[in-house]
Each structure stands twice: as structure tokens, then as C-alpha cells.
Design a protein around this ligand. Sequence first.
Ligand SMILES: Nc1ncnc2c1ncn2[C@@H]1O[C@H](COP(=O)(O)OP(=O)(O)OP(=O)(O)O)[C@@H](O)[C@H]1O
Length: 262
Amino acid sequence: MTAVKPDIAVPPFEMTGGRVRLDGREVLRGIDLQVAPGEVLAVMGANGSGKSTLVRALLGLVPLAAGRTLIYGSPPGRFRDWHRIGYVPQRLQVGGGVPATVREVVASGRIARRPRLRLLPSAADRAAVQRALEKVGLAGVADRPAQHLSGGQQQRVLIARALAGEPDTFVMDEPTAGVDAASQAALADTLRDLVRQGRTVVLVMHELGPLEPLISRAVVLEGGRIVHDGAPPQPEGECARPGHRHLHPHAHRDRPTIWDTA
Ligand SMILES: Nc1ncnc2c1ncn2[C@@H]1O[C@H](COP(=O)(O)OP(=O)(O)OP(=O)(O)O)[C@@H](O)[C@H]1O
């Protein structure tokens, strides 16, 4: 992928006073969040704090009960440049019917780039798909049904699908959750490339681990609110131990000791 020239005037995401209710419950409240072009933002917090809901709301997949959110300056309903956004959801949705191959799933990441009247993939589409498959180390299993792969490999399929679309901004929901070491290494490698190219990345993470040096900013959610926005939080002492999970009430706002390593 070629480097992007970040459009410094328009943030990829801008939410003001964002509030989300699901099943009558307030899941997000008072969210003010602007994501700058070229930023690598980690969205952190304990289970149920609202991380996935926040990224889904930024993408317009969950409606706001109050406030507003913009994608490259447009409300989600009026945003048309979906090829600029690559979304990596938590899990590959496996439906019934004919099982899709790895290559087909990855190729679906090019659809938003295709002119309306062109049905067949171009040489550029095929090349982008192949590059993405190679980048995540799945070229060798490209013709296997995606649902036959391990969880970690399926996660890599989703990352490759986003890469194939060559978007300016990536949104990845827990891309390292429950994946094997090889997949984590592939992700770190991919992320390094994206950072170098100046792409914007929003990552939902429980813990940063080896990705920490690549993260430029972290927001920490607690009970649907942002309780920290700044440098990535560091695990300290007891808090760094696996299984430890809480946000210290005495934590310094600039350096909270939140860790959820379950
Ligand atoms: N569709 C829904 N209907 C009702 N409540 C929901 C729905 N989706 C999520 N919630 C609730 O909203 C809260 C935030 O959920 P969300 O998945 O955004 O949290 P999270 O921080 O991403 O959690 P996790 O780390 O477990 O993925 C949780 O209490 C969850 O139970």
C-alpha cells in the first residue's frame, strides 16, 4: 500500500456529547472524542465498559440517542466514502449457504472501491487481495473455506479484508483477543506498516502488550464514560499481573493503572 497524505483538516471521527442506549440502558454517555488523521488510538477498559459500542457508534452501526458523530466530516447516514474506512469486527460471521473461501472474504473488502457498474474484479483488485493475503500469511490457505480456519487465522482473514480495501482509517475490535502468537506477530507487523504509511488506526484492546510502542494515544472507558484520554496506561506492580482487573480509584488521570487481562 502507498502512503497516505493525511487530510489534516478533517478528522476521521468526531463525536460530541455521544450517548447510546441499548435495551433501555445507557451504555455510552457524554462521549467527546476526536480522532486525528494518522493517530493510532487504543480504546481500552474492562469488560462491558462500552468499547465495542463506542467504535460501532463511531461507524454509525449503533445510533446515538443524543449528541452527534461525524465520519470525515459527514454524519454516518450521509457518508459515502466507505472505501476510506476498514472495519475489523471481533468475529467472522459464519452464515449458512455456500461457505466462502478465504480469498472471497478478503476480496469482499474491495467492494466499496468498485465503480457501480463494474461487477467483475479488476487486476488491481486481484493484486490488492493477493498482497493482503500475503501480508497476513494466509496466501497458502486462500482457497480453503474461511470457516475451517482457527480463530486466530479467521481474525487474520478479517484484517486482510480490511487491508485489501486500502482504506485511510482502520477500526479493529479486539484484534488480538484469543489469537495465537503467530497471528499477534502478524498484526504487530501490519500495524507497523500502517503507522509508517500514516494511516489512522482505532483499536479496541484489553491490553496493549507488544503493540504498546505503536500506540500514540489511549482512551479508557469505565461505565460508558471516558475516564482517561492521553498516553497509553502502563501496567504497574500488582496491576500488571494476569487476571488483575480494575481501575484504581486513586489512579492519576494521566497514568491510570487499568488492566484487564482476563
Ligand atoms: N445489543 C445490546 N443490547 C443491550 N445491551 C447491550 C448490547 N450490546 C452491548 N450491551 C451492553 O452494553 C455494555 C457495553 O458493551 P460493549 O460490548 O460495548 O462493552 P465492551 O467494553 O466492548 O466489552 P467486552 O470487552 O466484553 O467486549 C455491556 O453492559 C453490554 O452488556
